[in-house]
Design a protein around this ligand. Sequence first.
Ligand SMILES: [Zn+2]
Length: 937
Amino acid sequence: MKVSQRLAVSLVVVGAAFTLAQTTQPQDEEFARSVKEWTTSPQFMSPLVDHLPKAAGIPSPKDVLGYYIGAPKKLTYTADIYRYYRALAAASKRVKVFTAGQTDEGREQIITAIADEDTIRNLDTYKGYLARLADPRGLTETEARGIIAQAKPIYLFMGGLHSSETGPPEMLMELAYRLVAEDAPLYAQIRKNVIVMIMATAEPDGRDRYVDWYYRYKTASESENDGIPGPPYWGKYIYHDNNRDINYSQVTMRNWLKFYLQWHPPIMHDLHESQPLLYTFSGQAPQNPTLDPILYAELPWFSNFEMTKLISYGMPGVWDHAFVDMWSPGYLGFMSSNHNGMLRMYETFGNGGANTMRRNLGGGGRGGEGGGGGAAAEPAGGPGPEAAGGRGGGGTEREWYRPLPAPRQVNWSMRNNTNYMETAVLSALELTANFSQTILENFYKKSRNSVESGRSEAPYGYVLPAGQRDMTRVAFIVNILRLQGIEVGRANAQVKLNEGTFPAGSLIVKRDQPYGRLAKILLEVQKYPDPSLRTYDDTAWTMGLMSHAEVHDIADKAILNVPVTPVDTLQVQGEVKGEGPVTAVLENGSNSLITLLYRLKDVKFESIEQPATAGGTNLPAGSLLAPASPRLTSEIDKLGLKAVALASAPDVAKHTVTLPRIAMYSTWSGTQDTGWVRYALDQFEVKYDLIYKERVRQGSLKGSYDLILMPSQGGRGGAKSIVFDIESRGKAVAYDKTPQFKNLGMYGESPDITGGMGLAGVTEIDKFVQQGGVLVTLGASSYFPAEFGITHTVDAARPSAQFYAPGPIVEADITRPTHPIFYGYTDRTLPVRYAGGPLLRVPAEGRRWVLMQYPGTDKSVLSGLFKGVAEIRNRPAILDVPSGQGHVVMFATNPAYRWQNLGEFGMLANALMHWDDLPKPDAAPERPSGTGAGAER
Ligand SMILES: [Zn+2]
């Protein structure tokens, strides 16, 4: 089609788009022909993306990749994506590429900036303006207005966070080309008024692994129900939870945050795939009330504009308002709204690859966000995403927020996906370019209001007192606040406030700072606004409760004037007091204790089993004794532990600490929860083998291992999904490295990931326990020993349909305080994160197996939402069940949850450190005669 003809058509069909999209550039006619062919119906096309201009010397994606964006059966590896952006940068002064860091697997993380030539040349100046607006302290209103008049907003796009959501990294390349090459007024205006930044792939390791998997298994798929599971891994540790990493544990996510805090983009736009046909986030209830009301007005402003534009082009199935809410601050893109910017998000309809498929939308499409991973994504607390999102439905019903619904059935292609997303983001950029001053003003006001609210609304700050028993967990909190850009100071002298007197050196967080609101969000108790509302993820994250560290809310305004020295990162210095041949390392509840054992594996440590007093110091039960040595002193120093030197070992019961040979068991579908536990153990330097069904079925487990750790797996599928895992469809699905697919077979490999350990595997694990092994099950995995008879007198029930507990923090009572699992814990009641584990019940003779239980009263809910708490009343939270020669330690809790509840981690660490000194059965054995099985086999 000739240019003039194309314009004529645009003029007739969509007059509104005409002036902005008008161009006299030569067009790539093959592009127009191809995308028309790949777009399965004219209603899925817009005048913004039905053509592609040619620009002399500027490479289009096809010039570099060899194919157009949205071509069927084409997905691009990160190296080629980066090659494209770099070619664009080499060809045009409108483009600059930055490196934000390196992933776990050593891939570069790049961000591409696009604006007009002058803006790109002066990027650092614009960076400086935004930094000034981000921290407006000391700025007069006049000065602020002066900066806003010169500044330009950065609009940052993020694609490919979830690796199975394959479209955004493709679309963004074409967007980049258009932004550089098109000369229509729309583009000139965007280039002039906005700095567009593109995070090419938010999870580069997962992108390459998923593309490998797609080319190996899925290019022939004609249906989403092709029976081929997703790849077992995206990133090194986790898959869709990379969007739930509230503490930025993963190195890739941490690098993005650092970049964000250097550049301060007022808008960050997170591009996902799931809902038909395009859901644009408008920040629905429940909303976190601490964030600025301006944000909640901005979100629907943008989403309604996009919806208006796409509907005006005749594109059905665009909606906002429903689906994802604004409660949890832990999604990756919330780095923006948490820092006074604006988080934006899409769910565009996608096929989990680049194949064209017939799709039924009536039933809610693909359902779960990120569902293309190994296991389906399940929001916390139970019900599926439909219920979690509340309204929204399948996208095919007419609603006030969906005036032009999607057809019930579509033939959907990658190009359709590109058309929708690209048209919408161009609309968002059009709005931004037209209102860039408003966006900058809002960014400034949100930052200013955050400082102001800290001066006018209690709490005015937080105190983390110095001198807490274990300061390493206090340091964990402080360092995460620092990572988030929150200022923390150390009190120069004793602090007297209405709330109490705190020693010199206490850590002070004042709220009158740009990220004072974020500090409040992270440290306060979560009061869920409306129990009738469901939410997409956790309802509680209170850092003090999660870390078992003392954090005081301060309503005394005097905290704002406490003299402090700024803390960069908090390093806890350990110490050994006194001199003597024996060093006693105090068990003060530090998670570093287990690290010490692994760092000094060749040293013989003994653990005292009762508290003792020696040399005027109280040694809590679980304290470690070892011969004094400079190495030991040095590690104690580095790990922030406390120790005393003694003339001789105290005369109390003790046992030698023998580190177990640990196997961590993972199903092939549940690698993510295992990944969080792997991450925690790696951080604390605990050594283990990661094993799968292949090793379990081989048998002789006791010959290789002392302890099998089974992280929470199976979810609501319970024990059967642990045993049978991914259903076999008669054809092997290998996860291994081949010359062509080098990203597969990492973190384990298998000739066939389907089929599960089966009953043969269960028998091997039972044998392992009977022969003296220790099986430790966490969270949902605790259904397994109960339901498959390894602890067959323990009952593991499920809550009722009314029960709803999306990650609240509740109290649990220790019922057996002398058990080694509680070394280092001094309180009898602890805050734990409710993990949705089984409702356990023991037989009468098993009362002694109960180590901890839930009171299950209303007042035992400390933070977040818990509907139906009475259902957990007096239910065990942790059991130690003797079985045969061994033990099964069943946690209904999850002591290694998403690098958050480090206060609970000590119970898991203790189970590992003291595995061979768990108390001998002093109640009836698990298999008493008369129940059918003997006590021993
Ligand atoms: Zn997603």
